[in-house]
Design a protein around this ligand. Structure first.
Ligand code: ACO
Length: 403
């Protein structure tokens, strides 16, 4: 590994790497990806094993603390999350400032950023205890804030979190429950929700995580840093892809039109891409997509949806693309977003909420990475260089002489 700082100090040279395709920005012990082999490990544990055998709060604990919780630690952590799950009553007023038809990701950027206005006094990022509390607050409050964004769009009253429910159950309750009738938790759906959260928990130095780290490298308030991460996640090339996949599947409309769209995706004069395909790091099947596909079948089965045309199109599209020379040569495989939209749609979420759920789950990854960065003695403020391509120095032209 080249120490680029020493190289720069000695030579004055720096690397030009648009999109940071080959630049390591930090050391990290949180998440390992082998893109060629399709491997994803969190703190050394395989993602499929975590999705199958653990719960999202356990994975949160693991990411933050570098070990799986004991039974006592797990109970304690779940209680901490419950304790912090309510938001300041004043924060609920922020929602009414937004249009009802605002995109919920726009609301998330604003409301999560606004948390910094509630906790700025007590927040010393150099105090490990305060960092921990900030992490707990964020993880605990995200389901409440996300569900409120949904409720606001439907005009229904906000539902307060309930301490007798698990993290995933509570989110489903706050989203789909109403004060008029008792809420029945479907264990298959809450397990699926929990799995979806686990699959999105962290993914090393992607665009939104790098954004959180970069914002945090100046010593900024962590709530504001997470809001920056949410903004970055929103784009269709990143977290917005699950929403884009569903739109694409709807646009394709029927299995017989797939070849036309595959042809378009290969045409360099057409900006169309197969959404949910390809990844900067994975040059093999995204291991999260495997679990997501299985979960998709489980959820549709549970809901008794025998005929879901979008799932038929997705499975056929996957089959066709995986046997197409273009996709094989470029190593384009389905990523985590390819099947998640179908599951979320079946569960009753509108497409505009898909990326919000991603943000909710990724918050633990963002805040774990932020914490790791603050605790890393080597880290400095992030400050990339540039290749200047503008004019060389020229004399100032007075207004009267500018024509
Ligand atoms: N459909 C068709 N062609 C594609 C696709 C696709 N989905 N993805 C990449 N390619 C092609 C590109 O045109 C390019 O071809 P070229 O070498 O002839 O120029 C080549 O494959 C490499 O693509 P890049 O865009 O250079 O790869 P990069 O690593 O920068 O992009 C990305 C990765 C953004 C994920 C890309 O594959 C993409 O746009 N996919 C669709 C959007 C998507 O699903 N995003 C979700 C990512 S996962 C996540 O954020 C959770």
């Amino acid at each position: 590994v080249i120490d680029i700082r020493k190289l720069y100090a000695a030579t004055g040279y720096f690397t030009y790497d648009p999109g940071f395709t080959s630049t390591g920005s930090c050391e990290s012990g949180i998440t390992y990806i082998d893109g060629d082999e399709g491997v994803l490990l969190h703190r050394g544990y395989a993602i499929d094993e975590l999705a199958e055998n653990s719960t999202f709060p356990e994975v949160c604990f693991l990411l933050l603390n570098n070990h799986l919780p004991t039974a006592a630690e797990r109970t304690d952590f779940e209680n901490i999350l419950r304790r912090h799950s309510m938001v300041h009553e004043q924060l609920t007023k922020f929602y009414s400032g937004f249009r009802r038809d605002a995109h919920p990701m726009a609301i998330m950027c604003g409301v999560v950023g606004a948390l910094s206005a509630f906790y700025h006094d007590s927040l010393d990022i150099n105090d490990p205890q305060e960092r921990k509390i900030a992490a707990h607050r964020l993880i605990a409050k995200m389901p409440t804030i996300a569900a409120m964004a949904y409720k606001y769009s439907t005009g229904q009253p906000f539902m307060y979190p309930r301490n007798d429910l698990s993290y995933a159950e509570n989110f489903l309750y706050m989203t789909f429950g109403t004060p008029c009738e008792p809420f029945k938790v479907n264990p298959i759906l809450s397990k699926a929700m929990d799995k979806i959260f686990i699959l999105h928990a962290d993914h090393e130095q992607n665009a939104s995580t790098s954004t959180v780290r970069l914002a945090g490298s100046s010593g900024a308030n962590p709530f504001a840093c997470i809001a920056a991460g949410i903004a970055s996640l929103w784009g269709p090339a990143h977290g917005g892809a699950n929403e884009a996949v569903l739109k694409m599947l709807e646009e394709i409309g029927s299995v017989d039109r797939i070849p036309e769209f595959v042809r378009r995706a290969k045409d360099k004069n057409d900006s169309f891409r197969l959404m949910g395909f390809g990844h900067r790091v994975y040059k093999n099947y995204d291991p999260r997509a495997q679990v997501m596909r299985q979960t998709c079948h489980e959820v549709l089965g549970e809901l008794g949806i025998k005929d879901e045309p979008l799932l038929d199109i997705a499975m056929e599209l996957e089959k066709i693309a995986l046997s197409d020379e273009y996709f094989i040569e470029k190593k384009l495989y389905p990523n985590v977003d390819f099947y998640s939209g179908i599951i979320l749609k079946a569960m009753g979420f509108p497409t505009s909420m898909f990326t919000v759920l991603f943000a909710l789950a990724r918050t633990v990854g963002w805040i774990s990475q932020w914490k790791e960065m603050i605790e890393d003695p080597v880290q400095k403020i992030g400050r990339p260089r540039q290749l200047y391509t503008g004019d060389t120095k020229r004399p100032f032209v007075p207004l009267a002489e500018r024509g």
